[in-house]
Write a protein that binds this ligand. Structure first.
Ligand SMILES: [Zn+2]
Length: 65
């Protein structure tokens, strides 16, 4: 069980699906490996970490390949 604290110090528990808004296209997309992302990102924050949607990360990868 995870809890997140909002700007008003309310704790919100969640067990279900986690969605993030893509900073590139603004689309809300499902994050199915949130635990993995947190484990791999020591600086992870729900407010500060930008998680791109599949299409945008694909396009991003192509640019740098
Ligand atoms: Zn996107």
């Amino acid at each position: 069980m995870f809890y997140i604290k909002d700007n008003h110090d309310n704790f919100i528990g969640f067990t279900g699906e986690v969605y993030a808004q893509c900073p590139e296209c603004g689309k809300l997309h499902l994050i199915d490996d949130i635990v993995e992302i947190i484990q791999e990102s020591p600086d992870f924050s729900f407010y500060g970490t930008r998680i791109y949607c599949e299409e945008c990360s694909e396009a991003y990868r192509k640019v740098f390949d």
